[in-house]
Design a protein around this ligand. Structure first.
Ligand code: KG4
Ligand code: ZN
Length: 340
């Protein structure tokens, strides 16, 4: 089965081809960073227009890489939500039109499920059930993943998502969009930097409260107070980035330990853009010992991509799932618990 996957939920157009015999055979990505950077964040209308311009060339590129013709496709999977309404509509309209023209089925994939499945794409030893930490720009959730399409939320952020907190913290220190990875890189510089200002450890939000819920907006406010009192120079940026990252990583590790205790699972999947964070990866590896097996997607597939959509679509299509009609429907909001 050849499944074409299309991702267009935010500021990345991703296309990939998954082959049930060979695995992932081709993928291509176009990032809109340059377009949104001048505005300091994603401008939804610009995102939609850019998806329109890149989707067809990316599909052609993927088919060329795979040396197959459109006629050889068996199904098309696309991100149906959650995400920006207009951006989602571009991918959905394209995918459904192409599937209609080719007379093949389509399937609308849940973006967050696709993030989780990215870990399975690269490591077939990963099997359900597992506990998942999903940390992206729009979501921060701890989940019990029982089977494909069967997820139970066991904790989530009550305000900002972790990626959002990274981005907003970076922005308030004058670091360009998308600030998250840049802030993380500054934090990682701290160990080799000399003469950094001393900064008291930042609070670990919600750790004294029972349960697995999280909150990051207070941490962002804390950063803003410390930044205002600092010399506002490069050294202050490095020291604050480090204190911020340490607080986020330790908080996530504490909540992950609680979630694992609650589920009793022996596998942990960490997915979403912030799953690319090296400090988080190292801390979870150190914490997980031999009893818990830890899975991450490859770095390039932590952030949005078409491969995770093609693969997740394939898993559902192989079980017989299909879009119920040719209607083009997207869900800007789509609770994880309602995947299937
Ligand atoms: O999953 P993703 O590509 O998009 C959403 O579905 O939201 O995640 C993007 C988020 C951004 O907030 C970005 O700043 C953050 O992931 N991010 C990171 C790192 N790489 C990406 N945050 C911290 N450390 C990183 N290395
Ligand atoms: Zn995403």
């Amino acid at each position: 089965m050849h499944v074409l996957g299309i991702e267009s939920s935010c500021d990345e157009t991703g296309v990939a081809l998954y082959d049930s015999n060979k695995g992932l055979v081709a993928h291509a990505l176009h990032s809109q960073i340059a377009i949104h950077q001048v505005h300091g964040g994603v401008v939804p209308e610009l995102a939609s227009r850019d998806h329109i311009q890149h989707i067809v060339p990316l599909v052609d590129d993927v088919l060329n890489q795979a040396s197959i013709d459109k006629q050889a496709l068996d199904a098309i999977a696309y991100t149906q939500g959650p995400g920006l309404q207009g951006a989602l509509l571009v991918g959905a309209a394209f995918a459904k039109s192409l599937s209609f023209a080719l007379g093949i089925p389509s399937f609308g994939v849940h973006h967050l499920e696709a993030h989780l499945m990215a870990a399975m794409l690269d490591d077939e030893t990963l099997a359900f059930p597992f506990t998942a930490l999903l940390v992206s720009g729009g979501h921060t959730q701890l989940l019990r993943a029982e089977a494909l399409g069967e997820y139970e939320l066991i904790g989530e952020t009550l305000d900002d998502a972790v990626g959002e907190a990274f981005d907003k913290t970076a922005k308030l220190m004058g670091i360009d969009y998308p600030g998250g990875p840049k802030l993380a890189a500054l934090a990682d510089e701290a160990s080799s930097s000399e003469g950094l200002p001393e900064i008291a450890p930042f609070p670990r939000p919600m750790v004294s409260r029972p349960g697995c819920d999280l909150s990051f907006s207070g941490l962002k406010t804390h950063v803003s107070l410390v930044w205002e009192k600092s010399a506002k120079d490069d050294k202050a940026k490095v020291a604050i980035a480090k204190a911020f990252q340490d607080a986020v990583v330790e908080t996530l590790c504490i909540k992950v330990a609680r979630a694992l205790k609650q589920t009793g699972h022996q596998s942990l999947v960490v997915a979403g853009g912030v799953g690319a964070n090296q400090a988080l990866r190292a801390a979870l590896k150190a914490q997980c010992s031999d009893r818990i097996k830890l899975y991450f997607p490859r770095l390039a597939f932590c952030t949005d991509n078409g491969a995770m959509v093609a693969y997740t679509g394939y898993l559902h299509l192989a079980k017989g799932s299909r879009d119920p009609s040719h209607a083009i429907t997207v869900h800007a909001r789509w609770p994880f618990a309602e995947v299937e």
